[in-house]
Design a protein around this ligand. Structure first.
Ligand SMILES: [Zn+2]
Length: 200
């Protein structure tokens, strides 16, 4: 790897202030052959990788190691990240519609402003994850562990939290209209949350 987020390199394109992607000389915008770059990535070795802004829609990266990776503003719609390790990864403002994160390790990951609509997060470990302002309408958090997570100001309309652990989860001002909380355990903070039509 030529760069990790600990020692990020600047994009070589003239006048670009962006950071070069891991293993490349350019940021996503200036990367000459984007598909070849994606094909050459080994998802088992992307710990700390810089993939901000990349179009990774539909990649099959089940079990990938993306701990501490910088994936902000990337597109991961329909990607398979089941069982992946994304602990402490930055996924803020990423598009993760219908992504498969079943049983993924997401402790301390940052999803601020991300779009997780329709995502599969069944059994995922979201302990202390930052979901502030995230959109996760119709997402499936069944049996997920949201201990001390921060879903405040997020949108979770018709999302499913059945049998999830919500101990100390901070849903302040979140929109949980029609969400399914049946069997969820723990005491979350639902101050000023919209709980219209919640099933519990
Ligand atoms: Zn650039």
């Amino acid at each position: 790897m030529e760069s990790t987020h600990y020692h990020p390199l600047e994009c070589e394109a003239a006048d670009c202030q962006g950071v070069a992607l891991t293993g490349a000389k350019h940021c996503w915008k200036h990367l000459p052959d984007k598909q070849a770059y994606i094909n050459a990535l080994d998802p088992a070795t992307l710990e700390g990788a810089w993939l901000a802004g990349a179009d990774l829609r539909g990649v099959d990266w089940a079990g990938a190691n993306l701990a501490d990776a910088r994936i902000s503003k990337a597109q991961l719609d329909e990607a398979n990240l089941a069982g992946a390790n994304l602990e402490r990864a930055f996924l803020d403002e990423a598009s993760l519609r219908h992504v498969n994160l079943q049983d993924a390790r997401l402790g301390l990951a940052v999803f601020g402003g991300a779009d997780l609509s329709g995502a599969n997060l069944r059994g995922a470990d979201l302990k202390r994850a930052n979901l502030v302002g995230a959109t996760a309408d119709k997402a499936d958090f069944t049996s997920a562990d949201l201990y001390y997570s921060r879903p405040g100001n997020g949108s979770f309309q018709s999302a499913c939290f059945a049998d999830a652990n919500l101990q100390r989860a901070i849903f302040r001002r979140a929109d949980l209209a029609e969400a399914d909380l049946r069997g969820a355990s723990g005491r979350g903070n639902f101050e000023d949350a919209n709980l219209r039509g919640v099933k519990q």
